[in-house]
Design a binder for this molecule. Sequence first.
Ligand code: CTP
Ligand code: MG
Length: 235
Amino acid sequence: MTDRLNIAIIAAAGSGTRMQADRAKQMIELGGKPLLLHTLKRFEKCDSVHEIVLVLQPDLTSEALAAISRHGLLKIKRVVAGGAERQDSIYRGLQVINANSAGIVVVHDAARPFVRPEEITTVIDRAESTGAALMALPAVDTIKQIKTARVQRTLDRSRIYHAQTPQAFRFSIIREAYERARVDGYSATDDSQLVERIGQRVSIVEGSPLNIKITRPFDLKIAELINTEYFNGAR
Ligand code: CTP
Ligand code: MG
């Protein structure tokens, strides 16, 4: 397997509705650099990732590519247009991957710029040994399952994890999961869910509270703090 390529699919084709900004969320600057570039640089620096497939919103392409070219990123081999939902975007990314050379596919949200290269490696290594792995964070709050604003039951918190990305899979596994979801018209909110439903076990790699998904305006304030306190104000 060592001669095979590990390929990252970076999902950056969302419209950032909840951010309510005047520009695409991916292009909002943090420390003078678009969020998307922060994310891409983590993958560029990760030796376990050999190639990047970037899934972009079509009307963002020229702006994003201009920013990318200024930062000398060498691993981006393909740029593809995303679809209506995240699942469609990842599916399109998978379509351009060569089955004969692909090893592990690692999927990541562009909106999570604070993943560390060594964390990406850990998730890839786990997928190499088990087939499928994701970063997930143990819940700190007690979780209630509700129905019409009433508590139905309290879940056992020690067994509750928040799914993050990166999520990594052997190529044959993620391809089958996505093809079967497409045939069945099944939609999910992360990649692992599609892999779980084909009966594949997915391993957990304990995530980091710094690996936030920048979703709402408040998250940008947290992002500024994380960038200065933990990433030396990376530019
Ligand atoms: N994404 C994508 N294609 C889509 C939708 C989302 O590639 N059709 C990407 C986003 O760019 C983001 C990641 O998936 O990096 C996680 O999605 P989310 O945080 O929900 O971002 P948006 O969909 O852009 O935001 P919103 O849901 O608020 O519109
Ligand atoms: Mg979304």
